[in-house]
Write a protein that binds this ligand. Sequence first.
Ligand code: APR
Length: 250
Amino acid sequence: MELQDKIKEAARILSGAKRIVGFTGAGTSAESGIPPFRGEGGIWNKYDPNALDIDHYFRHTQDSWKIIREVFYNYFNNNEVKPNPGHEILAKWEQEGRLTCVITQNIDDLHTVAGNKTVYEFHGNMSRFICTKCGHKFPAREIQLTERPPHCEKCGGLLKPDFIFFGEGIPEDAYFNSIKAAENCDAFVIIGTSGQVSPANMIPGIAKRNGAKIIEINMEPSTYTNYISDLYLQGKSGEILPQIDALMER
Ligand code: APR
């Protein structure tokens, strides 16, 4: 089936869906200028993922912080990062009452900025910091992000970005809400994720087992393409989602 036919078929499926769930990964934000983690231009091609290991952060805080600050915070401070048309379509579908939530592995806050109200942040969010000692949370914009790792103004404890490091557990509310959403949806749209990281990568299978139609948008096949996806649309999510939306019945 040609891409245009698949776009028509996706529009047909989603026009009739009442409880769409969006499941997004780094590729969803690629057209906002944020590099993905894997594949072409991926962050892990340049930086050691160990910098985001929680034990490494405690044992080699200065080294780890240098990379975290450079990869995440300097990039955001030096570039105007905005939602792209793919984010905007998911927000539109929620406003129309078609989409119940977005489950995102992304930490860039762009779904919320785009206007989605129900966003389950499976890997947390870089726009907040949390104290590793007292648990207090701070907006990132209130923290002086210098070369020195940030410390809590309340207890002096080491702060870390409020996103999940390797070796940390998934936020419970995001975890359980995501499973519930995957169990209760009638269409599940996988966007821009390689499916390499668990336990996030088990969510699409739950939707599949519960009878949802699985539509996947990615630049290249992922671990889902031949096993989970009913429809695989190859291309950029910021281009394909608006084309699907334009053909949906209203
Ligand atoms: N449109 C659609 N898909 C895209 C686009 C785009 N414009 N650009 C890239 N992609 C695809 C890539 O082909 C790849 O399959 O997005 C996917 C990105 O995969 P990853 O970089 O592995 O990102 P993700 O799946 O979100 O990674 C999961 O890994 O490092 C951890 O915590 C980090 O949340 C992240 C997790």
